[in-house]
Write a protein that binds this ligand. Structure first.
Ligand code: NAD
Length: 456
């Protein structure tokens, strides 16, 4: 499989894809590996994750550069991702023992009865991953899965294979056996082959369309399925905000990672009384985002990782224009080697437009005028997705009232495009099933076993 730098179009590597026979062999090896790993004391398993953390610190700049070359992410944002990874690892290192400890939930001396819960590993699990934040979305799964005693068959996205192979190498150097964390290299066909093995669970991060296929495949096997899928995440800006501060937050939320985040701001609703001022300030802010060589320290907008996405963006632009939206900035592919799309801002959009309904996953955004909070809530909920949603207002009570009505896994007050390891990361509707992160996102890699113990 040829690996192409999306910023230049140049082939930067050639990696071997796993054949069906290789996937079968890897599965069989992981089954053997898991039996021993599951019996390894949790403190020893945690020690390997601590050593993995040290490897990342030592390799940080090399890893950031590989990530930038492979996915076109601006180098500063690649470094940010690695720094964020360290914080997540710290969370897992601090919280896993507490989350996975055996619990005594009942004891009665008279009846000589005790009830206990243990958290058993699921067994051999598949981790099929996305390319947009390979360190984040990967580690949310494979770290707690390994700590909980599972073997992991890890299929990185075909657009982030080099990063996936770096991860495998570092985990192995850190002491995770090669038959316990097993990379599987290839595209969707390889992922489908992986799902045909008798695995015990599949943890997927990617698009809704692929997620639906994964769920169907896993349904037959009757295994645990977790799907972290896309979003069409809205922000509502109320009439009482500091416009400058709100614009800065929301523009960053929409364009960071070149808009290729599951929780990127994808729809903006602005109260009519500040609409014009907000739109003008927003366009000025986006004009300040520098597009260019992702290796350049000053670059904020990088390349579009998947070439096919350029067509999605072009179509959304054409559809919005045709339906009467006002194009204020960008709106076209940048003519250069590689895959580039100009930062694009539309005003006066509505929900008849694909731009406000379908995941854009690129540097493009629509702004819609709303008359009051009820109208904003109705529009925010008018979507098949439900990953995140946010509101900007000075009024805490108003924020709470609005966010309580919004159907989304995560809600934000005066912030957006934010993930915390301490909080569960989940979606509703087409945004997925299950969760990662937080104590629940550690326990999710286990099967609670019920112990009824009566003394003789
Ligand atoms: P994708 O669905 O194209 O691919 C994801 C993974 O699935 C890849 O590894 C791919 O090779 C594999 N795959 C494809 N077809 C398969 C099949 N039939 N069987 C098994 N595996 C198969 O998604 P992508 O382009 O890599 O990622 C972008 C999407 O991921 C966006 O929709 C984004 O919102 C979403 N995402 C969600 C989260 C979240 O936490 N909710 C995080 C990051 C990305």
């Amino acid at each position: 499989m040829k690996i192409t730098n999306p910023a230049t179009g140049a082939v930067i590597a050639d990696v071997a894809v796993d054949s069906t026979a290789a996937v079968r062999r890897k599965y069989a090896a992981a089954r053997v590996g898991q039996a021993a790993w599951g019996r390894t004391p949790i403190r020893k398993r945690l020690a390997t994750i601590a050593a993995f953390r040290e490897r990342i610190v030592a390799m940080q700049e090399t890893l950031a550069r590989t990530l930038t070359e492979e996915v076109g992410k601006p180098i500063r944002q690649s470094r940010n991702e690695l720094n964020g990874l360290l914080t997540r690892l710290d969370f897992f290192l601090a919280e896993s023992l507490r989350s996975l400890r055996e619990e005594k939930v009942f004891a009665d001396a008279g009846q000589k009865l005790e009830e206990r819960i243990t958290h058993e590993p699921l067994g051999v699990v598949a981790n099929i991953s996305a390319w947009n934040y390979p360190y984040f979305v990967g580690s949310n799964v494979f770290v707690p899965a390994l700590v909980a005693g599972n073997a992991v068959l890890y299929k990185p996205s075909e657009y982030a294979s080099l990063t996936g192979l770096h991860i495998a190498e570092m985990l192995h150097e850190a002491g995770v056996p090669e038959n316990v964390f097993v990379p599987v290299v290839g595209d969707g066909a390889t992922g489908a082959t992986l799902l045909r093995q008798p695995i015990d669970g599949v943890f997927f991060t990617g698009s809704y369309a692929t997620g639906a296929r994964i769920a169907a495949a896993a349904g037959k096997q009757m295994i645990k399925v977790q799907l972290e899928l896309g979003g069409k995440d809205p922000i509502y800006v109320c009439d009482d905000v500091d416009i400058k501060a709100a614009v800065a937050g929301v523009a960053d939320g929409a364009f960071y990672n070149t808009g290729q985040s599951c929780c990127s701001v994808e729809r903006i609703y602005v109260h009519a009384s500040i609409y014009d001022a907000f739109v003008a300030a927003f366009v000025t802010a986006v004009k300040g985002f520098r597009l260019g060589d992702p290796m350049d320290e000053a670059t904020y907008i990088g390349a579009i990782t998947r070439r096919a996405q350029l067509d999605v963006l072009r179509k959304q632009v054409a559809d919005a224009k045709k339906k009467g939206a006002r194009l204020l900035l960008g709106g076209e592919v940048v003519k250069a080697k590689g895959n580039w799309f100009a930062p694009t801002v539309f005003a006066d959009v509505d929900h008849s437009m694909a731009l406000m309904r379908e995941e854009s996953f690129g540097p493009i955004i629509g702004i819609q005028r709303v008359d009051d909070d009820d109208a904003a809530v109705a529009l925010m909920n008018d979507t098949e997705y439900g990953l995140t949603a946010g509101v900007y207002t000075h009024d805490a009570k108003r924020a709470r009232k609005i966010l309580a009505q919004v159907r989304a896994g995560s809600v934000y007050w005066n912030c957006c495009d934010r993930v915390s390891p301490r909080l569960p990361w989940s979606g509703v509707g087409h945004s997925g099933i299950g969760l990662t992160l937080s104590t629940y996102g550690i326990q999710t890699f286990t099967r609670p076993k019920a112990w009824h113990l009566r003394g003789a």
